[in-house]
Ligand binder design. Structure first.
Ligand code: ADP
Length: 530
């Protein structure tokens, strides 16, 4: 219910309109029921008062015209008066009680009542009113006890009568309101049924009306979702002239211009990519020739005059860099063209890290950096393309040595059930936050004038990040000026799995421990310099 409430506009609108009309119908129903009830009571009351007045007058005139003098005659007179009251008033509940405070009389008949179980309903208030006011009628609403001890609403009307010789008596006649109650109940039931039917009807009507509005909106929402997820060809059907049709037309117009702009951009970028790829390919042949010629010159440099020998050496190193740049450019253009094929196989990443370290050991020695491998063990095998991952590691370790200022470089490998992570930590120059933001950009260097020992095309990290993402992995960096850098590569252990966390922390342990923080691991670029 809660999910429908949140997700369905139709459900919400129908529920709200049904609830509001339900409340309105309830208020109107209660008002009608109360006023009908009052009206029924009032008309029954006036009828009852009339009725009892008539009965009392008839009885009084019977007494007035009587010449009874002894107890038996008075008793008989009272009985026939009661029969007459009963006949005129159509009520069987009659009580005749001698008004208290009169002289005791041997002739006066005893109190008599046919109220039965309902005797107690004649309240003291009513009695004192009747006792105090001769010739007036008083009434009171009461609950009569009917058959099977059920209570029935009723009215008791009281007045005084004067019985010859015996003195004043209180006469009470009780009337049942059962008929009026039954009528009221019937009206209430009818109102209830009609109210429920009306709420259902309003719910159904608003469901149909809202459907007319919501269906095109739903289509619009689904279409824009598809458009947002990359399906640029989707359009909303345009029907009619109303506001929904206007929305559809403007949406479609927007989608058209978006599609054409994206197509233009895609064409442009395709041209650029093809250009880079073509140029790189075209340069390969002349470069190979230059390389061969350069090698010949380089081999013979000892026989040249010193200045020419230096030139041959310079030519040799620059041609080497050129070749490296060209192969990086070709690799990047392959990624851009989306033509990269992974050749995955189960690979032990510790061996791979050892391999990469070994290949860079001589460079590390010239820089005076100590290369350390920390691999606590675990699930170290992963389904990866070893050639690409070795290249990433060589790049990261090479950079760490290059910018590590002769400090040790620590390569850590750790894993959990889902992922394997390799972190390359150096304690060198580090980078500022602004530099970290660009570190994976193509051809970006923190300090282009910095002395380089190896390659250094400015494409290394850009390719490394492509290599990581083609594995569904992450390549992230933490760096701080003066405190060094830590590059962390996280790869899913099985091909195509989605990463949720990394087995190694970033910033690295030594940094968080020095700051006195607990082992918080920001993921996907969280944290200050990450
Ligand atoms: P290259 O190393 O060929 O210049 P990269 O893409 O590998 O290109 O690196 C780009 C830039 O990032 C480097 O020029 C350097 O300024 C910076 N960088 C990379 N790794 C580190 C590191 N460990 N410490 C400091 N700066 C680094």
């Amino acid at each position: 219910m809660r999910a429908s409430w949140r997700s369905s506009l139709q459900f919400r609108t129908v529920t709200i309109s049904a609830a509001l009309s339900g409340v309105a119908i309830l208020v109107v129903g209660v008002y009608m029921s109360v006023s009908i009830g009052n009206d029924l009571f009032q008309s029954r009351l006036s009828q009852v008062l009339l009725d009892s007045n008539r009965a009392t007058s008839a009885a009084q005139s019977l007494f007035d015209s009587s010449d009874a003098i002894d107890r038996v005659q008075v008793q008989n007179l009272l009985s026939s008066a009661r029969t007459s009251i009963s006949a005129t008033s159509s009520s069987r509940l009659i009580a005749v009680l001698r008004v208290p405070g009169q002289d005791p009389s041997t002739v006066a008949p005893l109190d008599s009542s046919t109220f039965g179980q309902s005797t107690g309903v004649i309240g003291t208030d009513l009695r004192s009113q009747v006792q105090g006011n001769n010739g007036e009628q008083f009434w009171q609403s009461v609950s009569l006890i009917g058959d099977a001890a059920a209570t029935i609403p009723g009215i008791v009307v009281g007045s005084q009568i004067t019985v010859p010789v015996a003195g004043s008596y209180e006469l009470y006649i009780a009337y049942s309101l059962q008929d009026a109650e039954a009528t009221l109940l019937f009206v209430q039931q009818t109102l209830g049924v009609a109210g429920v039917a009306l709420v259902l009807l309003i719910g159904a009507v608003s469901w149909i009306v809202v459907r007319f509005v919501v269906t095109p909106l739903r289509v619009a929402a689904e279409t824009s979702q598809k458009l947002a997820s990359g399906d640029l060809a989707v359009r909303i059907p345009e029907k009619g002239e109303d506001v929904i049709a206007t929305l559809a037309r403007s949406f479609n117009g927007m989608a058209d211009s978006l599609q054409s702009q994206i197509r233009e951009l895609a064409d442009l970028s395709e041209v650029q990519q093809r250009f880079v790829s073509d140029v790189s390919h075209e340069l390969r042949t002349p470069l190979t020739t230059i390389r061969l010629a350069g090698d010949v010159l380089y081999d013979q440099r000892a026989s040249f005059p010193p200045a020419t020998g230096r030139t041959a050496e310079l030519l040799h190193t620059q041609v080497e860099r050129f070749e490296l740049l060209l192969s990086d450019l070709l690799e990047i253009s392959r990624y851009d063209a989306g033509s990269v094929q992974l050749e995955s196989e189960p690979t032990n990443l510790v061996y791979l890290a050892e391999d990469a370290i070994d290949s860079l050991r001589s460079l590390a020695e010239t820089k005076g950096s100590d290369l350390r491998l920390v691999a606590p063990g675990g699930y170290l095998n992963a389904d990866v393309d070893p050639r690409r991952i070795r290249r990433v590691l060589q790049n990261l370790i090479g950079n760490a040595i290059e910018h590590g200022e002769g400090q040790p470089v620590v390569v850590s490998v750790d894993s959990d059930v889902q992922a394997v992570a390799i972190a390359v930590r150096d304690f060198g120059l580090g980078m500022s936050q602004a530099e970290v933001a660009h570190v994976f950009d193509r051809f970006w260097r923190a300090d282009p004038s910095r002395q380089r020992t190896i390659g250094g095309t400015g494409l290394g990290l850009a390719i490394a990040r492509e290599d990581a993402s083609v594995h569904n992995g992450w390549l992230q960096v933490w760096s701080s000026p003066g405190a060094g850098s830590c590059f962390r590569l996280t790869l899913p252990r099985t091909k195509g799995a989605v990463l949720e966390s990394s087995p190694l922390p970033l910033p690295p342990h030594d940094v968080t421990a020095a700051r006195g923080e607990t082992g918080h691991v920001p993921e996907r670029g969280g944290g200050e310099h990450v």
